[in-house]
Write a new protein. Structure first.
Length: 249
């Protein structure tokens, strides 16, 4: 994946250099309004997560402005700025899942078996830089890297209806209930990265002179947590598709 994104960046930079004198000539602008569908998840379901009982998407609206530069009849470049949210809420059944929770007035760490609710919200400004290929006058394919700065985020939740073995799987057993005051809360917001990058591939389809629809897949290559964060053993990546409408200005 990392080789792929570097190759795409090289293509974009080479094309930009070759067109440096007229790069800002003949620009065409597009406004986008869409919705992100996906999740912040590990690559492959770990054995410690037994079932995903509930999954709810957040307020994942995205709005953006893109500039398109034709290079030839078929090839071109596209770049823009998108303001978007990548959020979700899950309720999963886990077994021997490493956790650090606040229980009453103490913070305890160990292996938890039971239910875990996770809430993720990441409002960000994203800049995609894509090479484009016109399949026809109505259909345009696009691919390239994206870079995001997360301006507001939240990664929190609680563990309930289970027990935590403090320290290790044979440590002291602490029972967790269902209601407030009986659960174990956690908040790992401060451990989230503010910069993210990945690969964005997709297609634009124009069904009139100015109106169209689009579908994209943004696959994060940087984990959402800092490298030093070890409480959640699996690396989590933002993997979201986006669908919506666009308007050519």
């Amino acid at each position: 994946m990392k080789r792929y994104i570097l190759a795409l960046m090289l293509v974009v930079l080479t094309a930009t250099q070759s067109m440096a004198i007229g790069i800002f000539d003949d620009l065409r602008y597009h406004v986008r309004l869409g919705y992100n569908i996906g999740g912040t998840a590990p690559l492959g379901m770990p054995a410690t997560i037994r079932t995903l009982d509930k999954f709810t998407l957040g307020n994942n609206m995205t709005v953006g402005l893109d500039a398109y530069k034709p290079l030839t009849e078929r090839w071109g470049l596209m770049a823009g700025f998108h303001y978007e949210n990548k959020g979700m809420r899950t309720d999963a059944r886990v077994k021997n899942y490493h956790m650090e929770i606040r229980y009453g007035d103490q913070v305890i760490e160990g292996m938890f078996t039971g239910q875990v609710v996770t809430k993720v919200t990441e409002w960000m400004l994203t800049m995609p830089i894509q090479a484009t290929y016109n399949v026809s006058k109505k259909v345009r394919l696009k691919a390239g890297p994206y870079f995001s700065y997360v301006m507001s985020n939240d990664f929190s939740g609680y563990a309930y209806d289970g027990y935590l073995r403090e320290g290790n799987p044979t440590g002291q057993k602490i029972e967790l209930g269902h209601d407030d005051g009986e659960r174990g809360d956690y908040d790992f917001t401060d451990d989230l990265r503010h910069w993210q990058f990945g690969v964005d591939v997709g297609a634009d389809w124009y069904f009139s002179k100015r109106l169209g629809a689009y579908a994209d897949l943004a696959w994060g290559l940087s984990a959402v947590f800092h490298k030093e964060f070890k409480t959640i053993e699996q690396k989590l990546y933002p993997i979201y598709g986006s669908v919506g409408l666009m308007y050519k200005l």
